[in-house]
Each structure stands twice: as structure tokens, then as C-alpha cells.
Design a protein around this ligand. Structure first.
Ligand code: ADP
Length: 329
């Protein structure tokens, strides 16, 4: 783990990459924990976009009042191509220096942490990351902020769909987020009682799903739900419906949950996780630790070097996916 010895007086905080419910709760925790330790805090608006465009403002305890329950992020998030180049990062570093920012907390995902790591390596700006992404696909942390909320949002939709599926004897294919990782699909599929789960990690095929549904019909089952993670673009559920129609003649109904999974009020679990991680990030910086992410291992908070976080992949466990199939009898 990297360390630094400079005493921190002014702390910067930003949210970056895809937004996730609970980012506001993490921001609130960072700001209040830091001010509690007599630090000044500045918010960098819209992630690396604001860092390059010098959109940096002082924030206090009142700025983060009444946001713990709100989805999205009140300091905005963003994506910046300019920041991926050394010249863009030099501009950002010069702005931070001009504002007297001594250290920062980055609330974001994998890409945001790559940027944070580069800022430390090239400009020695100490940063601690807090994992905020609905996908839960950050190596080094069992949980990420926003995942629990996204799963519960998708689950509410599935429960409603189940009502209509059961009333009309229908097959539904529900598409959830998770292009590169099946955490949402496997959790939602198991908790929602799906027959089969199509996730990047799963080995399920259309043939297997059809066989399972036929088995169910033979046992008197009249409706079924398949859960799929989106493909390269949303719409994979339509491809599956077409393949099933061609094979069986069944008319599968498709429901793509899309961006509603990103929004909404964070669950208690996400607010608690965000509050703990935000405060821990400030503690780590005050100890002189940096170039790390705060992660969870079971109930414990841990520090993981950003280099390890960004160079490794975390994949959803196949056991949830196979358990869903076993139980959907
Ligand atoms: P997330 O943080 O949710 O994974 P992105 O992958 O979009 O979201 O990353 C957010 C931002 O982080 C990007 O727009 C870019 O500015 C910065 N970033 C991503 N990858 C790198 C990289 N390899 N080097 C420097 N900056 C990066």
C-alpha cells in the first residue's frame, strides 16, 4: 500500500462513472467525517470533467443535508475522454493544486479508480476509492454501493410481472443490467424464482431453458420467468424470445428493466455500507494511506491497493445461478 506524510488540510471528493444509489450517502459520510476531523472539504463536480474544467466548490455539512435517502449524486457524475490522456490529467492536477487540495476520495467504479491510480502515479495526489456501482463487479470488495438497491428495484418489477405471468399462463423474459457481469441477474433470478438465468458467467442455453420450461409444464406449471443480463446492447431478451419462438412456437413476453434499476432511494443496506465506507476512506487518508480502495470482506472493511482492484476481475458465482434452476421445479 502507498503512503504519504503531508498533513491534510483540504480534502476533495467526487463521484465518477455510472451513478449508483447510495453515492449521496457516501458523499455525506465523507464530508461529515472530514469536517468532524477539522478538514476543509471541496466537491469536484461531475467527476473528472469538473476536475479538468475547474468546477470545484467548497462544501459543508449543510450541503449534504437531506441527501442520505436520495438516488443519483448531487455533485453530478461524468465521463471524460480527456482525462484518460496524460495532458488531461496534468490539467486536472494543476486545478487541484491551485485550490490547495491535499487528498481526495473518489466514489466510483473500476474506470474511475484507474484514473485515480494514474493521478497518484503521475502527480502524487493521494486518493482513496469508495466502490459505487450497481454491478457489484469490483474486485477486492464483496459488496459495492448501489447493488442491493438495484437488485431490490429489479425484484419489485419481477414480482409484479409474476402476477400477470401467473394470471395469463405466460412466459416472461426479464432483462436486467450487467453487460459484463451477472451479479444482478443471478441475485434477481434466484430471489425472483426464475426458471433459468442468462448471465455472462452462466452456461445456460436456449435448449436448456426450453427443456426446463417443458418439464415444468409436465408437472402442471403454467407460467415461467427467465432472467437475462443485457447483452452488448440492451435487447438480448428479444433475441432469446425469438430463439424460443422459433424452437417452440411459444409467444414469450419481454420486459427490459433498463435505467430504472439505477435510480431510486437507496436501501438501508446501501446507506449503511456507503456511510461506513465514506467515513473509513477519510480515516485511511488521515493515517497517510492512499492509492487504495475501501472494500468489504464479510462484515469487515478492508483496504485494497487500487492496482490490485483494477488489474483483476470479479465474476458472479455460478452457484446462485445453478441453485435458482434447482429450486425452480
Ligand atoms: P466507472 O468508474 O463506473 O467504471 P468509467 O469506466 O466510465 O466508469 O470511468 C469513469 C471515468 O474514469 C472515465 O470517463 C475516464 O475519465 C476515467 N478513466 C477510465 N479509465 C481510465 C484509465 N485507464 N486511465 C485514466 N482514466 C480513466
Amino acid at each position: 500500500m502507498a503512503t504519504f506524510s503531508k498533513k491534510i488540510q483540504k480534502l476533495g471528493v467526487y463521484t465518477s462513472g455510472g451513478d449508483a444509489p447510495g453515492m449521496n450517502a457516501a458523499l455525506r459520510a465523507v464530508v461529515r467525517a472530514a469536517i468532524g476531523q477539522n478538514l476543509e472539504v471541496v466537491g469536484i463536480m461531475q467527476g473528472y470533467v469538473g476536475m479538468i474544467e475547474n468546477h470545484i466548490e467548497a462544501i459543508d455539512q449543510r450541503f449534504v443535508a437531506n441527501i442520505i435517502q436520495r438516488g443519483g449524486t448531487v455533485i453530478k457524475t461524468g465521463r471524460s475522454t480527456e482525462f484518460t490522456k496524460p495532458e488531461g490529467r496534468a490539467k486536472a492536477a494543476a486545478n487541484l493544486k491551485a485550490h490547495g487540495v491535499d487528498a481526495m476520495v473518489c466514489i466510483g467504479g473500476d474506470g474511475s479508480f484507474r484514473g485515480a491510480h494514474a493521478l497518484w502515479e503521475e502527480h502524487q495526489i493521494p486518493i482513496v476509492g469508495v466502490p459505487g456501482t450497481i454491478d457489484n463487479d469490483i474486485f477486492g470488495s464483496d459488496k459495492t454501493i448501489g447493488f442491493d438497491t438495484a437488485v431490490n428495484t429489479a425484484l419489485e418489477a419481477i414480482d409484479r410481472i409474476r402476477d400477470t405471468a401467473a394470471s395469463h399462463d405466460r412466459l416472461f423474459i426479464v432483462e436486467v443490467m450487467g453487460r459484463n457481469s451477472g451479479f444482478i441477474a443471478s441475485a434477481v433470478g434466484l430471489a425472483g424464482g426464475a426458471e433459468e438465468i442468462f448471465a455472462p458467467e452462466s452456461l445456460t442455453t436456449v435448449d436448456k431453458a426450453v427443456d426446463r420450461i417443458k418439464d415444468g409444464i409436465a408437472r402442471g406449471k403454467t407460467s415461467s420467468i427467465l432472467v437475462t443480463a443485457e447483452g452488448q446492447k440492451p435487447g438480448r431478451a428479444y433475441d432469446l424470445a425469438d430463439a424460443i419462438r422459433k424452437k417452440t412456437g411459444w409467444d414469450a413476453k419481454v420486459c427490459i428493466l433498463g435505467h430504472q434499476q439505477r435510480g431510486g432511494s437507496p436501501t438501508a443496506a446501501d446507506r449503511i455500507l456507503a456511510s461506513r465506507m465514506g467515513a473509513a476512506a477519510v480515516d485511511s487518508l488521515l493515517k497517510g494511506h492512499c492509492d487504495i480502495m475501501i472494500g468489504t470482506e464479510g462484515e469487515k472493511l478492508i483496504e485494497v491497493p487500487l492496482d490490485i482492484v483494477t488489474k483483476n476481475e470479479k465474476k458472479a458465482h455460478l452457484d446462485l445461478i445453478s441453485l435458482a434452476s434447482v429450486l425452480a421445479t
